[in-house]
Design a protein around this ligand. Structure first.
Ligand code: AMP
Length: 304
């Protein structure tokens, strides 16, 4: 089933305890689309790039089944640029630079055939754009998921609350949940955020897994213990892309199926962190992906 993914397509400069990478390919829409491509070949990307983005990277995305009809190319502009540095524990990072560039004036116009998309992932992006995408949909989607980060909680707080009210699911990390709610306890934070009108809330805790909440239930999914994490960039985006790809494939947005989707999303995230940029997540075979999912099943299966 169709999956629309809005977000950034970017250049990133990264510093990690394992080394640096200068102006490598990044962006939430790009990462989520690769992760979702292991589940569906009807991916509709909504994003913007400048004249500096390599054509071969765009070709790689289309070869995975992603439509670029909603990706605007600004001939006179530069692509979004983000620079970040990871602390020694690799779970925390600081943003050094966010250059919005072409994103600053992006006012997306959805191609006609995107307007009846069934599943919507509003990846990490300006809340105004996330709202505009939802407002252009002509048929009520089956599920709308929104991802965000500290930058937008800080710089566009009220617009972000407006965007969240249009969604069914919010994915957010633990620090961002505390920031958004003003509560230190994650359970209290979840309660406050949930009351914004969500159906489900997912709180990501990096290498410590993630929590899924609905009105009455909580479910915990682990992260895979990995021998080496080289670059955590894109983990949240691949998590969201894998999760939504699985939901779009199965056409089931129940709590029970979201539990499974959490594992598929976590599997996608576990690959992207093993290499810098998109090198690993874009080049896996289906059997490699499926074997990783089996590892997750073994990791958390037990009997009483
Ligand atoms: P993640 O590690 O999953 O949170 O996503 C990292 C990716 O998000 C990087 O590739 C960045 O290019 C992109 N990114 C960083 N800051 C922002 C922002 N403020 N809005 C949208 N995308 C961003």
């Amino acid at each position: 089933m169709s999956l629309l993914i809005a977000g950034t397509i970017a250049f990133d400069s990264l510093e990690t305890p394992h080394g640096n990478a200068d102006r490598v390919i990044g962006g939430s829409c790009q990462y989520s689309s690769y992760a979702a491509s292991y589940f569906t070949d009807d991916i509709r990307m909504v994003s913007i790039i400048g004249n500096d983005f390599p054509q071969e990277e765009l070709n790689d995305l289309t070869s995975k089944g992603a439509s670029l009809d909603g990706v605007k190319v600004v001939e006179e502009g530069k692509s979004f640029f983000w620079a970040g540095k990871y602390l020694d524990n690799m779970n925390e990072r600081v943003t050094i630079t966010t250059d919005l560039n072409v994103l600053a004036d992006f006012d997306p116009v959805l191609p006609d055939h995107y307007r009846e998309s069934e599943y919507i992932l509003l990846g990490n992006l300006t809340p105004d754009i996330q709202i505009s995408v939802v407002n252009q949909l002509e048929k009520k989607p089956k599920l709308v998921v929104l991802d965000t980060m500290n930058f937008w909680i800080d710089s566009a707080h009220d617009k972000l609350l407006e965007a969240i009210k249009l969604c069914d699911v919010l994915t957010i990390n633990d620090e961002e949940a505390r920031m958004l709610s003003g509560e230190h306890s994650l359970v209290k934070a979840a309660g406050k955020i949930f009351n914004l009108g969500l159906k489900y809330l997912i709180i990501k805790k990096g290498e410590h897994g993630c929590l899924l909440f609905d009105k009455n239930n909580v479910f915990f999914a682990p992260a895979l213990p990995l021998a080496e994490v080289k670059d955590p960039t894109g983990a949240g985006d691949c998590f969201a892309g894998g999760l939504m790809g699985y939901i779009a494939k199965t056409g089931d947005a129940s709590f029970e199926n979201l539990k499974r989707a959490l594992i598929y999303g976590s599997a996608a995230a576990s690959f992207v962190v093993e290499e810098f940029s998109n090198h690993k997540i874009k080049s896996l075979s289906q059997s490699e992906f499926d074997e990783r999912v089996e590892e997750f099943v073994k990791l958390s299966q037990f009997s009483l």
